[in-house]
Ligand binder design. Structure first.
Ligand SMILES: [Fe+2]
Length: 131
């Protein structure tokens, strides 16, 4: 049984999937059950470079930055995507990133509480919550 917006990874081939609509079945890839991922947000080394933080600009836009110290975006170590999720889980924004870009996502406005998560190619899934 899956739940909406859960993320699962295949330990063999690296497929990473997000559940859009939940179902009864177990997710399987390369012949074995996929592993559910949980966003890290505390008690982990590298916290300050990985937990997303929120910054409301004067123009009302909301900038989501990966890390209170901005995460590097090098060829061998970078943030692969950032996603924001509204509190009711109905409004989702996903941005893919590539080396050389900034580890940021900008929203036109911030309506209510948000969760942001990001995936580092070396350090996995992390998440943070806005006020
Ligand atoms: Fe990292």
């Amino acid at each position: 049984m899956t739940k909406r917006l859960e993320m699962y990874r295949c330990e063999i081939c690296g497929n990473l999937v997000e559940v859009i609509l939940e179902g009864e079945g177990e997710l399987v890839c390369c012949g074995q059950a996929m592993t559910i991922l949980h966003g890290k947000n505390k008690d982990n080394e590298g916290l300050e470079k990985h937990v997303p933080v929120f910054d409301i600009k004067e123009n009302g836009k909301c900038e989501v930055r990966v890390g209170s110290v901005l995460h590097p975006m090098n060829d061998d170590h970078y943030i692969m995507f950032i996603e924001t999720i509204s509190d009711d889980k109905n409004d989702i924004h996903l941005k893919y990133l590539h080396p050389g870009m900034e580890a940021k996502l900008e929203l036109e406005e911030k309506l209510g509480k948000l969760t942001a998560r990001e995936f580092c190619n070396l350090h996995g899934l992390w998440e943070g919550e806005s006020d």
